[in-house]
Design a protein around this ligand. Structure first.
Ligand SMILES: [Zn+2]
Length: 124
């Protein structure tokens, strides 16, 4: 069980991650809109370079959306008081581990066992 202090610390940590990602997502969106607006009459930038930047932005945006979902889920688990409970074996997840990786839902042992699956889930 997490102490009230630990819960508070984790919440602050998640909120910081959330607002940081929120800013980035906003930037990606603005980039997309700028791109459409600037399209007419622009010939300075090579078309393939432009496509490359655009798809990189999109990939980044997808990844952020994925992470945002994970963080919101962690918040929900924190509110429900189950954040430190391993999804797989119900053993408590250490506070240090949660602070290092707040979106985790598995204890270290289960996480290690699932390493391969997790690698498939996350791009890069
Ligand atoms: Zn476990």
């Amino acid at each position: 069980m997490l102490t009230p202090e630990q819960t508070k610390e984790l919440r602050a940590r998640l909120q910081a991650d959330l607002s940081r990602l929120g800013d980035h997502a906003q930037t990606a969106l603005e980039f997309t809109m700028d791109r459409d607006r600037d399209r007419v009459g622009r010939d300075s930038m090579d078309e393939s370079t432009e496509e490359e930047i655009y798809s990189t932005q999109l990939r980044l945006h997808d990844r952020e959306t994925f992470l945002l979902g994970k963080i919101r889920e962690a918040m929900r688990r924190l509110d429900a008081g189950t954040m430190d409970e391993c999804e797989e074996c119900s053993e408590p997840i250490g506070f240090k581990r949660l602070m290092a990786r707040p979106v985790t839902t598995l204890c270290f042992e289960c996480k290690s066992a699932r390493e391969q699956v997790e690698a498939d889930e996350q791009p890069e």
